[in-house]
Ligand binder design. Structure first.
Ligand SMILES: [Zn+2]
Length: 622
């Protein structure tokens, strides 16, 4: 071994190191040198303005009349919950107006202190003459007698509501998980909700708290002419719903994902049953288009190099089964800890093919960082290619902002394909508090950013500013039902079928997240699922279902009785709606009004209409 060889080797290594260092210092050449943007700044969201209850003051006497005793309450939880399950409601200004409706709801409290004696008498008379009264936190004022309990008491904390057997809960309590609803994690002493408990009941309770006191009471008044009902709820349902939908309950559900956790839906289905019992002209709007049994969303996350190249195989299965899917694409143009760059010119044709197949391209952030929820908001001027979030390791990211992740990913996808990006999903479902208003600021409308088990619902719902309680935003959440990371997806087919059957009982949402990183068992799962449920479910992209859902969310139902044996149903929406299904009362027969409208049993499926339609029904004599 000569010394010269060793010296020559050292020199060669040094030269290589110098060349490497020089290249490393040169700015990385952007993958798309022709692109810079977006141009202009995105204004940061303004502090929210409380949503005005007057926005929800339209309707007719067949809707539930909501008497709002405190504006500074979680009333939007009831509003959004009723929209999700499809119960028509109307916020009214007075008890006099309310008792023109068969079903009256007083929220968030009904007490001798907040309601004048003559109004309390009108509510009592309403029930005795065949009306239905739903009260929350009912205390004093002679109301115990109407609701059929001896005493009520405010208590600081309860942890559990357990549904009891009754005709109204019949469809609910045969599902064990639907019947027992936690209000807080069992092992956290302070977790739970303040409630009102009811004791000395005249009739069996519909639900109990863990100490055996009543959580929901039911009292009936039967006479020759009338059947009246009064129900007292002991928990603030509006608050429960918003807190769940905001993702603010910790460990209330037994599972994080892949399971049936319908806590919010159980309460909503109970209220739908009370509404149908009390309102002879009850009409309920189905959550699923064309009266299919459930809505299916196949949503793919593209967050790995090979995920791109596998996309065509998934699209083939979807197209063959007449399903359309949503592809959440990470616009990965920075090489970092996570992975190599895969938003490259070579992959653009794959993205264009998604668009060409009528499927959806959506954003899955730039950096796919678990730290998204803790990123600073940014200034709304982030631009490609200068915006360079760098993932250092699993839990550290440098130079990322929430604005940048939303704004730059949308820009790139819209520049590289002829698409308008309206849907978003964060990496790792990392959920910033500000996400709802940040989505709106950046022109998104539809979010799939939380699991159904965390949100305690299998229905879509409207989002709240700052995941809070006072102000709604123009964006909707479609939670993830099934994912592919908790064990092998291919081994969980039967569990997915069982879960779908549960959700299909009330036409809810099954959102299946499949990463396209591998084909084999995942692709096979999708093929089997679509084969089994293709006809029973309504399979759509998130954007298409989101458009349908947000239009349905704007619906106002008004029913007028032209004569004892006929009803005129007027439906007003903002936009165009096709295939809205209505559940009507037995004895209603659709006559005329809208092309393409059909009826099967109590379900009427409407044809396509814009803004407004009027349907005529013949009604059997009662
Ligand atoms: Zn991902």
């Amino acid at each position: 071994m000569g010394q010269g060889i060793i010296r020559g080797g050292i020199v060669a290594v040094l030269v290589a190191l110098i060349i490497y260092a020089v290249f490393a210092m040169l700015p990385e050449r952007p993958a798309f040198p022709q692109l810079v943007g977006p141009a202009g700044a995105t204004p940061l969201p303004q502090p929210p303005v409380a949503t005005d209850p007057a926005l929800y003051s339209s309707g007719s006497s067949n809707s539930i009349a909501i008497v709002l005793k405190e504006r500074d309450s979680s009333w939007l939880g009831l509003v959004h919950g009723f929209k999700s399950i499809g119960i028509p409601f109307q916020i009214v200004g007075s008890i006099d107006e309310a008792v023109q409706h068969h079903v009256v709801l007083v929220y968030p409290t009904l007490t001798g202190g907040n309601t004048a004696p003559q109004d309390l008498q009108k509510l009592a008379a309403h029930v005795r003459s065949g009306g239905t009264l739903i009260g929350f936190s009912v205390i004093g004022g002679g109301m115990p007698e109407v609701f059929g309990f001896g005493s009520s008491e405010e208590v600081p904390l309860r942890k559990l509501v357990k549904m009891q057997p009754s005709p109204l809960t019949a469809g609910l309590i045969d599902e064990a998980v639907a019947a027992t609803i936690k209000l807080g994690a069992a092992d956290e002493p302070q977790a739970g909700m303040p409630v009102t408990t009811y004791s000395d009941l005249k009739a069996p309770a519909l639900a109990l708290f863990e100490d055996g006191s009543a959580a929901i009471t039911g009292n009936a008044y039967h006479s020759d002419q009338h059947n009246g009902y009064a129900y007292a709820f002991g928990l603030d349902l509006g608050h429960f719903i918003l807190r769940a939908q905001d993702g603010r309950f910790t460990r209330v559900a037994a599972t994080y994902v892949n399971d049936y956790q319908p806590q919010v839906d159980t309460f909503l289905r109970l209220l739908a049953a009370i509404y149908r019992q009390g309102e002879p002209d009850a009409v309920i709007l189905s959550p699923t288009p064309h009266n299919r049994e459930f809505t299916g969303l196949i949503t793919h996350d593209i967050d790995f190099t090979r995920s791109m190249t596998n996309i065509p195989a998934y699209m083939e299965v979807e197209t063959a089964n007449h399903a359309r899917a949503t592809y959440f694409v990470q616009t990965k143009y920075v090489k970092d800890y996570s992975d190599d760059v895969f938003l490259t010119p070579a992959n653009v044709p794959i993205l264009k093919a998604i668009q060409a197949q009528q499927m959806e391209i959506a954003s899955h952030t730039v950096s796919h960082s678990k730290e998204f929820s803790d990123m600073p908001p940014g200034n709304g001027q982030e631009q490609y290619p200068d915006y360079k979030p760098f993932v250092k390791d699993y839990s550290t990211v440098r130079d990322g902002t929430i604005m940048g992740e939303l704004r730059v990913s949308k820009f790139l996808l819209e520049m590289l394909t002829p698409t308008k990006v309206v849907s978003f999903r964060p990496g790792h479902l990392s959920l910033p508090r500000s996400l709802p208003q940040m989505l709106v600021a950046n022109g998104y409308r539809y979010s799939s950013s939380i699991t159904a088990n965390e949100a305690l619902t299998h229905l879509p719902y409207r989002l709240m500013d700052d995941r809070g309680y006072g102000s709604e935003v123009d964006a909707w959440e479609f939670p993830v039902t099934i994912e592919d990371e908790e064990g092998r997806l291919g081994d969980r087919f039967d569990a997915a079928v069982a879960l779908t059957e549960h959700i299909a009982r009330y036409q809810g949402l099954v959102n299946i997240l499949i990463h396209t990183d591998v084909l084999d068992h995942k692709l096979e799962f999708e093929q089997r699922y679509l084969e089994l449920f293709g006809q029973r479910g309504w399979f759509s992209t998130l954007a298409a279902y989101g458009d349908w859902w947000s239009t349905r969310d704007s619906a106002v139902v008004a029913v007028a009785a032209d004569a004892a044996n006929s009803r005129r149903l007027k439906l007003t929406v903002t936009g165009t709606l096709d295939g809205l299904a209505l559940q009507v009362q037995d004895g209603w027969h659709y006559q005329s009004g809208l092309d393409g409208t059909t009826q099967q049993d109590a379900h009427v499926v409407l044809g396509k209409f814009t803004d407004q339609t009027e349907l005529l029904f013949a009604v059997d004599p009662r």
